[in-house]
Design a protein around this ligand. Sequence first.
Ligand code: 5GP
Length: 207
Amino acid sequence: MDYLTGSAPSSSPCSAARHRIARLFVISGPSGAGKGTLIRGLLTADPTLARVAISATTRPMRQGEREGHDYFFLSRDEFMHRVAAGDFEEHVEFASHCYGTLKSEIDGLLAEGTSVILELEVDGSLVIRKRRPEACLIFIDCPADELQRRLEARGTETEAEIAERLRIAAEQSSEKHLFDHVLVNDDVEQSVRALRAIVQDESKEIA
Ligand code: 5GP
């Protein structure tokens, strides 16, 4: 992930932004479905739409990732300490690593009047659904053979890790009916447009 995290313009918001409400969006789907690419595309097209809440993780930093930008990278001890302190809105173990959404990230942005995007695996998304029923859940799907091709091309996981992620992907796909929107990412440009339309529509103030 390498999101645009620049703040929204502080003066003269455009009229569209004035009529928007700050909402919580959860974007989920299999690893390799292109969640990060679509979120980047969405926020490049319109940086005022939302900001991404940075999660904490115990997984090692990948090449090109930055602390506090892609994730807050924590040791397992530090992560467990934050769990005990009640700092997480939800947290999961995924592919042998811990991932968690910090309450402070969500509440800080919503308090500023900014919509928030969480990029989560499915179990965490369904926890958010229970804890924050007003959240809008979007599932990004991708055919299994294409997923395998993308994960192999990404080259950030070993063969065994890719097999594990594909197994989890098949499981996660069976829960997509629990989401408000399902988007099949077979064409990035088209999917960014579709995602933008969903986010704009779901952020409209109801008169
Ligand atoms: P990756 O290791 O590829 O960055 O992320 C693995 C999976 O964990 C992805 O599906 C990603 O959406 C998910 N993920 C990232 N942060 C969180 C989080 O805070 N909570 C949950 N539940 N999943 C997360």
